[in-house]
Design a protein around this ligand. Sequence first.
Ligand code: MRU
Length: 360
Amino acid sequence: MKINQQDYHTIWLSEDNKNVIIIDQRSLPHEFKTESLSNVADVCDAIQEMHVRGAPLIGVTAAYGMYFAALQSSPDTFERDMKNYAQQLKETRPTAVNLAWAVDQQLAQVAEGQVNPAAFLDLAQKLKAESIDRCHQIGKHGLQLIQDIYEAKSEVVNILTHCNAGWLACIDYGTATAPMYLAHDAGIPIHVWVDETRPRNQGARITAFELQEHGIAHTVITDNTGGHLMQHAQVDLVIVGTDRTTATGDVCNKIGTYLKALAAHDNDVPFYVAAPTSSIDLNVKDGIKEIPIEVRADHEVRYIQGSHEGQIKEVLLTPAASPAANYAFDVTPARLVTALITERGICEANEAAISALFSV
Ligand code: MRU
């Protein structure tokens, strides 16, 4: 996708193959900065501190981390070192299954006796390319849903989204945003309601930035507004992303997603989840009981970041002594999900439909 008319992916390899370059998302939309990562510690820090974020992107970033791990591991203790590095990478963020999914694919190479760093680099590059393709396919399937609504109403299609499941959360296109980009490019008039997504404001900062750069009509709303809009027929459909969707169709995504699904259900608004294979965890059946929910620092709730006179600043929002809780994700039960938009097609959020689509 484009920033300032220039094409970007969210992560790319340096010409000498020694570093990967990322877009540091902490300063968006106010400053565009890139950062070079060159070892496992850099990668762990970038994921944990959310220089990179979004389930597909942290998966691919961790895959590159395993390439650095191969460069750093000693030939004598290669397997043990690689397992240690894999563990460090997996511990950076526990909820999005994409991260462990990518690291485990690299570990499978270790189990086969692979020791050549080039093989780990090749796999990271492959996972990156596949991620782009998956998002593009999700876009094509989701486009059809938007097209159908447009044909039925012949007016602007209003879509609500939560957090950032856009190209900056992936490599390109995004998951939830891919259908929006393709619909816009196909000439279908759309407008996107963008939940601000406290506490880190990925909607207000990053989704709004993406849509703005692509020329898509959008309006940033506070996290509490969606229900009101749905009651007044201002939302035709909701599309969100996912960090982990279970074999039974429970959807874990950014905190607040569940409340949007409840409101959508109550108002007969279709609630779609864009879910690439890398976000589907067939080993988990009960999302509420089994998915580990990341708890982040209370600082992110107590302070808020913005730009003032050209400088990015953080200000205290709460009484200095008030404690705060920062659960980063929640789980939307499958019964509230209209369907999953996957790269293989649209799929009902239930065990039979998911296993039919993903068992091979
Ligand atoms: O904490 P974040 O910013 O990594 O959370 C991102 C989300 O919750 C996204 O909706 C999810 O990862 C899907 S990204 C295509």
